[in-house]
Design a protein around this ligand. Sequence first.
Ligand code: HEC
Length: 128
Amino acid sequence: MNRSLVGAVLGSLLFSAALFSQTKPSLPAKVQALPTTAKDIERGRVLYVANCIRCHNKDPNVKGSIGPEMVDSPLSVMYSKVMTGKYPDPLPAGFVPKRKSRAMQAIPKLKADIPVIWAYVQSVKKKK
Ligand code: HEC
């Protein structure tokens, strides 16, 4: 094999590895700095109302028509549900899914907004 051919083969291997690694959603680096300003939380509320209460309750502490309460979901679980419709595999330690159904569909256009939606949900979480 000549050098350029080796380069091309290596390149395509690396490319498919990169593509493959994107099939499993992982938390964006940005999540380190969670949104907490009143403006972020209001934005999260508006997005929650617009995208989630068709199935979940207007109050994220309470069961909705088909979607469960979600105040106990870690960010990684919300991220996985919104990006893929599925619970993460493996589940975070100690987290128990509220439902065994598989009715939620992915809403990947919300990718960048998941941290503000999560921050809103946590901001209204009732202490037990
Ligand atoms: C089409 C209805 C539907 C919509 C719209 C929807 N969900 Fe869901 N969601 C569900 C259902 C049903 C479940 C329970 C598991 C399943 O069936 O997928 C669920 C589960 C979840 C869970 C896991 C809760 C737990 O603790 O087990 C989270 C988090 C979640 N949804 C977040 C969201 C967010 C955030 C939005 C809006 C951006 C949203 N969902 C929009 C139906 C929906």
